[in-house]
Design a protein around this ligand. Structure first.
Ligand SMILES: [Zn+2]
Length: 390
């Protein structure tokens, strides 16, 4: 294989292997499913397999000259199409490279090197909002001009929904060749937003759905990367089947736990002064991106979920924050009337309202008042943050 660290979707991969072995590989495939499921890497593995000089039963050898070139995106038969910025492009006949600045080209080169090593790395050019018709025309010209060389020509199209948005010019340019590609040519379109794609494109491809990876699968992977078991468990649950997100989160795990600490402090604190800290922190996260803010909420929701289990006397094995077992037991005794399910609803509603452009400081303050009511009721029981350690 090309990647040692790719989490293989066994069923999908075996089906692809048998299509290759029986000579029935479709000429257009559409890999779709959530982010961070390894779709792009599986596409690269397939491109490598059908060009490999000594493939094994499981896939490409990873070592032959062809595999090595594919790893570094330097294989003449493997073409990569990505969304590009318009840059200096003024007509549909201009070469697509005119869309890129020198800085873009340099970054693109670095991202490709990284992608050759890390199956979950992103290749994404700043300000690239669409797949340009220029890129499609170039590939088409290439396909029809190149002599029938040995091996397969593979056209990889990443972020393929960008063929259709904001305008479907790229998609329209692709339609005909997608239907009748030259011999020994295969298109692999990859997207996390299949619903944004035109039916005419989708129907010309064999669609393969990549389901989210199981949390236990991701957890195992994180432990292999030397993360402690409790942290791996928390991250794999927040990541929700997205290994790319899980790997990113594992680099910022301390920040994530500090944020949770802040949130918990505010929930139990008798003094609303702690609330300001939550407002400031959530504003900062939102400014970075809505996704960053969503991790804050997801972490808090998982914490409340564990408390709900603790109150219902679930066994410790069911906790996600396995390091907080004692804390959960203590809280469930100290606050026997807390309604943790309702707390989860409050958190979910607040995040939804913020996404709908609700005024964040107001939403967060209202949320904390409601949470406190659900947890401590009218009477406030003092709680010390030193009672537990993350
Ligand atoms: Zn090989």
């Amino acid at each position: 294989m090309i990647y040692d660290s790719l989490l293989i979707h066994t069923k999908i991969w075996n089906n692809l292997l048998s299509s290759v072995n029986s000579g029935r590989l479709p000429h257009a495939l559409l890999f779709h499913g959530n982010d961070g499921t390894g779709k792009e890497a599986h596409a690269i593995e397939l491109a490598a397999l059908i060009n490999c000089e000594s493939p094994s039963d499981n896939g490409a050898c990873g070592d032959c000259p062809s595999c090595k070139k594919i790893k570094s995106f330097q294989h003449g038969n493997v073409k990569l199409i990505l969304p590009y910025p318009r840059g200096k492009i003024s007509s549909a006949d201009d070469p697509s490279i005119r869309g890129l600045t020198e800085k873009n080209i340099e970054q693109l080169r670095e991202m490709m090197v990284e992608k050759g090593k890390n199956p979950y790395a992103r290749i994404e050019i700043e300000n690239a909002r669409t797949i340009l018709i220029n890129s499609i025309r170039e590939v088409k010209k290439d396909l029809y001009m190149s002599s029938i060389d040995k091996g397969w020509t593979v056209v990889l199209i990443f972020d393929a929904e960008k063929l259709c948005i904001p305008q479907p010019t790229g998609a329209n340019a692709l339609l005909k060749v997608l239907e009748e590609p030259p011999e020994k040519t295969i298109f692999i379109l990859v997207t996390s937003e299949v619903s944004a794609m035109m039916d005419t494109i989708r129907s010309r491809c064999q669609q393969i759905y990549f389901p989210p990876l199981a949390s236990s699968f991701i957890e195992e992977k994180l432990i292999q990367l030397d993360l402690s078991e409790d942290k791996a468990k928390v991250i794999s649950n927040i990541a929700n089947g997205d290994i790319r997100l899980a790997l990113n989160l594992s680099e910022n795990i301390d920040e994530l736990f500090n944020d949770l600490k802040l949130m918990i402090k505010a929930c139990y604190s008798p003094s609303p002064s702690t609330w300001q800290a939550v407002t400031i922190r959530t504003s900062t996260l939102k400014r970075k991106s809505m996704s960053e803010l969503s991790y804050f909420f997801r972490t808090s929701i998982l914490y409340m979920r564990d408390l709900h289990l603790a109150t219902n006397e679930s066994s410790n094995d069911h906790f996600i924050f396995t390091n907080l077992t004692d804390h959960f037991r203590k809280v469930s005794v100290d606050y026997p009337h807390a309604n943790w399910n309702e707390c989860i609803n409050i958190l979910e509603n607040t995040f939804e309202n913020i996404q709908r452009n609700g005024y964040l400081p107001l939403m967060i303050t209202a949320m904390l008042i409601e949470l406190k009511q659900q947890i401590v009721g009218e009477k406030v029981k003092p709680f010390s943050i030193n009672d537990w350690i993350l």
